[in-house]
Design a protein around this ligand. Sequence first.
Ligand SMILES: Cc1cc2nc3c(=O)[nH]c(=O)nc-3n(C[C@H](O)[C@H](O)[C@H](O)COP(=O)(O)OP(=O)(O)OC[C@H]3O[C@@H](n4cnc5c(N)ncnc54)[C@H](O)[C@@H]3O)c2cc1C
Length: 424
Amino acid sequence: MTPAPLPSPAPKRSAAARLRDVIVIGGGPSGTALAAELAAQDLDVLQLSPQPRAPFAPTYGAWWDELPEGVRGAAGQVWSDVRVYTGAAPTPLLRPYVRLDNAALLAQLLARADWSWQAGTVRGAERRADGTWTAHGTGGETWPARLLVDASGHGALIAPARFPGGPALQTASGLIGRFARPPIAPGSMVWMDYRTPAPELRGGEATFLYAMHLGEDRYFVEETSLIARPGLTEGRLRARLLARLEAQGTPPLTVEEQEWVAFPMNAAAPVPGPVLAFGAAAGGVHPISGFQLVGALRAAPGVARAVAGALAGGRSAGGEDAAGAGWAALWPPGSRAAREVHLLGVEALLTLPAHELPEFFRVFFELPREHWTAFLDPRTDARTLARTMLRMFAHAPNGVRVPLVRAALATPRSSGRALLGAAR
Ligand SMILES: Cc1cc2nc3c(=O)[nH]c(=O)nc-3n(C[C@H](O)[C@H](O)[C@H](O)COP(=O)(O)OP(=O)(O)OC[C@H]3O[C@@H](n4cnc5c(N)ncnc54)[C@H](O)[C@@H]3O)c2cc1C
């Protein structure tokens, strides 16, 4: 890895900065989950974030059955009426979905162990001769540690991600508001509504409504572009959302909060370096769904155990062995192969004409539940993923099949091998 450049101001060494076992850069859910698990391994951990400790801002959703036991208390609201619309009638998903209570999630992570948290923005890091690291803050601070973890989110401060063909973005514009008439069925959660009630939604890009009934007359509604290169703009999505709500006869009465979502979906499996990355910074976003949170919560204990074991038995003061052990736990060879198959799915989605996307998801959600569930699970192996793709292919109309074939032909060798293996 080439350490990030260190522009002025010149770093000054702080007398108070002791050598930590691990510095985690980033105060998002991934960094906090990993810091908690590292501290639970009795490591001396410092977490750095520009903001003071506070609940995470985004509206996080997840499948209830994927939430780890330790954070189930953070399920703010659970829906059993979960729907997808790829045509006029809803497809019930029969899989409960959760909106996380971010304050409860933070509280549950903080209850796991004790570690230090400091407000500070890291601008770069350098390796010292003994193998330890110094992270440098924008205010001239220095923070030494045996191991650095980059959990700084989608921008990945120190270990930049690779996006084959350029970043393909998920974008969404949402709001929480009060409604005179319900914009979705009361009591329900709509995972994907591809219907196009307004002329503005027909033609051009395909976007869908993702929505939750929060209780009484409060709803969260978000117009979402699943994946596009380049991504859609906030203005365009906001206009589409309002046009949809207006055409349904359900404009918001009042708006309490607004949300803008934009992040890359198609990170390749990262190349392990001497700095460990975690969460979105480590390519953790699922390339088909855009989910990341639960994957990080589930991966954190195993990565922390691997890091702690390597730091305990390490050959040097530095944490090079620990970074390697962490990378191996986070990205075993099976996950790397699976990522290639998912990236093939990304190319297929990017190639599909907009009007075929609802049809693609109709076929997808008509698969037996265990198949589509596995396809959306970051732990599923390449062969199982490839089998699901072949099953989709068998049931898809030609308009969907042709782009799938094109994507498969343009695919890297190992995902092609996975497809062939699954076909046998
Ligand atoms: C609005 C939105 C909604 C989303 N909804 C979902 C969802 O419902 N379900 C799901 O699974 N995923 C969702 N995602 C995707 C993904 O899970 C989130 O992006 C998630 O926040 C990633 O977690 P993270 O901790 O890796 O990164 P982040 O949450 O981005 O946290 C990164 C942290 O690093 C800090 N940081 C950045 N630079 C520095 C620096 N130089 N020095 C120190 N600290 C730094 C930031 O301030 C922040 O605290 C959503 C993403 C967005 C943007």
